[in-house]
Design a protein around this ligand. Structure first.
Ligand code: AMP
Length: 420
């Protein structure tokens, strides 16, 4: 038997139903906020991620799936969604529009991580990117959209943990202070952190090994190093979030693992769920330097990404979604070959009118069909027999009240829609 690769999952049964449901809520909410759907390739030139996510990031250093294709090109399976969307924005000159561009996406990402609960090698993220605007109103919109999507899914007690890295000047000032602080302690940190100290000291702050050590807890905080404009900008974002009724907490430990962030960075957790406190549901931030860095024009961007697998895992713990099943609305029953021809036609008609319908696909006897209809929780049984069909009639049985009625074939669809 061939097994699935390590760190991947098959999404089936009730998980698949929740999966589809999350997708539909994401699409509905993003449309209401006027975001367009965007789909970019699952694989891209490796250089895209080296230059965006950053050479020294854990993702690029250790976790990417890299290969050479048959033409000798260096290819990487995308570990995250932002770089591809920004590449598309630049390559397709979408920046030429006088308006900001607002996209949402949904797709698989690949990271060679050690698989554990909430951490896979192939996982799915939905997310948004807003390109071309730097006003804090956009930061507030992006953060609140992420919050409201999770709220619409009935995930309770949401909290946005937010921080600001500030502009280049603030970040540089902070970096100097951090290096000065860490220097005497560096030998007490993990091997990766000692390496990060040389390549990208900010990254030490979100080290998974040392994150609870006193050294990191007492480290200088980014918000204490924001210059006046950056501080004002951050305060405005917080003011707008307050106005939009978003629960947030300023958390100076959030720096995010990727190189391209500046100003606002955030993560979202559900305080109801012990696991998501550690395994956050999603996060994001502003990346004003990235577009230029990828050879685009001077522009601005901000986005978030949420882990679909973690969102679905969280939903499974909510009472509302326990035993979720996809019920059908009609089950069309027949016995003879002649009745079967009617069944085919009637089934198609009901389906084309949006009524979830199934029929007897295994040539079962009537008893077997009743059982199948019960298993599928069919609301209505459409029972065909030659005699009634000759008169243009079908038997409709309400499977909950067990009442039966003869209905004109031509009026069947309206009858079902009227009674559902
Ligand atoms: P990141 O791009 O690392 O900020 O991740 C954004 C969100 O994607 C996280 O909050 C998780 O919900 C999800 N995520 C990231 N990495 C993984 C993974 N290896 N497996 C499952 N979900 C993940």
């Amino acid at each position: 038997m061939i097994a699935k690769p390590k760190g991947t999952v098959d999404i089936t049964g009730s998980d698949a139903i929740l999966w589809e449901y999350v997708n539909s809520v994401v699409a509905t909410m993003c449309s209401a906020y006027n975001y367009e759907f965007i789909r970019t390739p699952i694989f891209e030139a490796s250089e895209l991620f080296h230059r965006s996510v950053g050479e020294s990031s854990d993702i690029v250093k250790k976790e990417t799936y890299d290969f050479q294709d048959k033409g000798g090109r260096n290819i990487t399976l995308r570990p995250e969604g932002t770089a591809g969307v920004v590449r598309s924005y630049i390559e397709n000159k979408l920046y030429a529009s006088p308006d900001i561009k607002k996209y949402y996406y949904n797709g698989t990402m690949y990271r060679y991580e050690r698989p554990q609960k909430g951490r896979l090698r192939e996982f799915t993220q939905f997310g948004v990117e807003v390109l071309g605007g730097s006003d804090p109103i956009i930061d507030a919109e992006v953060i609140s959209l992420q919050y409201r999507i999770l709220e619409a899914l009935h995930i309770g007690n949401l909290q946005v943990n937010i921080n600001s890295l500030g502009d280049n000047e603030s970040r540089d000032n902070y970096k100097n202070a951090l290096v000065k602080y860490l220097e005497p302690h560096i030998n007490d940190l993990c091997e990766d952190c000692r390496e990060r100290f040389k390549t990208n000291p900010l990254r030490i702050l979100d080290c998974k090994v040392d994150k609870d050590s006193d050294i990191l807890k007492n480290a200088p905080k980014t918000i204490d190093y924001l210059n006046k404009e950056s501080k004002e900008r951050f305060d405005t974002v917080l003011k707008y979030l307050g106005l939009l009724d978003i629960d947030y907490e300023v958390n100076p430990n959030i720096v995010r693992g990727l190189d391209y962030y500046d100003h606002t960075v955030f993560e979202i957790v559900s305080l109801d769920n012990e696991e998501t406190k550690a395994n956050v549901l999603g996060g994001g931030g502003r990346y004003n330097k990235l577009i230029k860095e990828l050879d685009g024009p001077e522009s601005y961007g901000i986005g978030f990404a949420c882990g679909m697998d973690r969102v679905v895992d969280t939903l499974k713990e909510i009472e509302l979604y326990k035993d979720v099943k996809k019920d059908i609305e009609c089950y069309v029953m027949y016995v003879s070959e002649e009745e079967k021809l009617y069944a085919l036609d009637i089934t198609q008609n009901l389906r084309l009118n949006g009524i979830v319908t199934e029929t007897n696909n295994l040539n079962k006897a009537l008893k077997g069909q009743f059982k199948e209809a019960d298993r599928l929780n069919a609301k209505y049984l459409i029972i065909l027999n030659n005699e009634d069909l000759q008169k243009g009639l079908v038997n409709v049985k309400d499977n909950r009240t067990k009442e039966e009625e003869k209905v004109d074939i031509d009026e069947l669809t309206e009858y079902i829609i009227g009674n559902l």
